[in-house]
Design a protein around this ligand. Structure first.
Ligand code: NAI
Length: 342
């Protein structure tokens, strides 16, 4: 992710400007909640992408300064700011990828579900605007509880008659990023090579890293599996507690979200080899939404990978069955919320 963009150097003498990367920039990205803890570093990372021509930043407050600041970076995208509901429509016109990190984060002692009452309404309102202004966009939902906010978004899009399940994504990339990091540390592997698929959902025990499917192939003792699984499931809480009331993961989340944006843009750009884990409408299990690896293409999800759920270890099989009731309840809570709204 973000390959190349960090490598840009000062020009050598006699080298003319306007080369290379600028020619590739052609996609429009909007971030809703762009002045927040995730929104700001995410906007910075997306500003570094050579594939982006326009970066539209929306929030209910404080976004003007963020946009003014970012706009001075000499990367191709043009940064515009949009404040408040009256400017939301304009923010979304013609956008290819919409990222939604708007909403309140956890404080110590809170579960992601405790955020439901506030964030459900925020996501609903924002997705309605997406449906009205850029119904063809890829939608990346970061706002928690993802296990419920993605079903809410799906219902809203259905009500508007524009739901395309191939383009609605709950962002679970951070779970993969964490799993990769923790496994590499534990096993002394080169980080760049490690890839652990994470399935299920994005809260507590619904987060299920498939350690048996780690690439490169590694073996873990039962104790290591248990420790790593629990650490990956609780990694968000680790950060919430360390921040002691100042919020949840923002920097690692921004990094993960930027990777998912970059993957989506590469897919839109015709790269035929883009895979990410994401919480999406799914028929891999009996649950209507499920996180798993998906192949991304120009039209969104191009293929699911059913083989990822075959040949699981006994531990993973059990954990998969154990997570289903909680995930099902969170999905149903989201659907019920969206259906009872006028
Ligand atoms: P934050 O409070 O720092 O920022 C949230 C931003 O959303 C603020 O700038 C606020 O003004 C804005 N906002 C509030 N209502 C809005 C509305 N109606 N329209 C547009 N913007 C609105 O919170 P932070 O740390 O950035 O977290 C945002 C969300 O991301 C939380 O729900 C958090 O739980 C979630 N999260 C998700 C993760 C994941 O892996 N999917 C990981 C970490 C956090």
């Amino acid at each position: 992710a973000l390959r190349g963009s960090f490598a840009r150097k000062a020009q050598k003498p006699n080298q003319s400007s306007h080369h290379g990367l600028q020619l590739q920039a052609s996609y429009k990205v909007a971030i809703l909640g762009a002045a927040g803890g995730i929104g700001q570093p995410l906007a910075l990372l997306v500003k570094m992408s050579p594939l982006v021509s326009a970066l539209n930043l929306y929030d209910i407050a404080n976004v003007k300064g963020v946009a003014a600041d970012l706009s001075h970076c000499n990367t191709p995208s043009q940064v515009l700011d949009f404040t408040g509901a009256s400017e939301l429509g304009n923010c979304l016109k013609g956008v290819n990828v919409v990222v939604i990190p708007a909403g309140v984060p956890r404080k110590p002692g809170m579960t992601r579900d405790d955020l439901f009452n506030i964030n459900a309404n925020i996501v609903k309102t924002l997705v309605e605007a997406v449906a009205d202004n850029c119904p063809d966009a890829f939608i990346h939902v970061i706002s928690n509880p993802v296990n419920s906010t993605v079903p809410i978004a799906a219902e809203v899009l259905k009500q508007k008659g524009v739901y395309d399940p191939k383009k609605l994504f709950g962002v679970t990339t951070l779970d993969v990023v964490r799993a990769n990091t923790f496994v590499a540390e534990k096993k002394n592997l080169k980080l760049i090579n490690v890839d652990v698929p994470v399935i299920g959902g994005h809260a507590g025990i619904t987060i299920l890293p498939l350690l048996s499917k780690t690439k490169p192939s590694v073996s873990f003792s039962d104790e290591e599996v248990e420790q790593l699984t629990i650490r990956i499931q609780n990694a968000g809480t680790e950060v919430v507690e360390a921040k002691a009331g100042a919020g949840s993961a923002t920097l690692s989340m921004a990094y993960a979200a930027a990777r998912f944006v970059e993957s989506s843009l590469r897919a839109l750009d015709g790269d035929g080899d883009v895979y990410e884990c994401s919480f999406v409408q799914s028929d891999l299990t009996d649950l209507p939404f499920f996180a798993s690896r998906v192949k991304l293409g120009r039209k969104g999800i191009e293929a699911m990978i059913p083989s990822d759920l075959q040949g699981l270890s006994e531990y993973e099989e059990k954990a998969l069955e154990a997570l289903k009731p909680e995930l099902k309840a969170s999905i149903e809570k989201g659907i019920a919320f969206a259906q009872k709204q006028p």
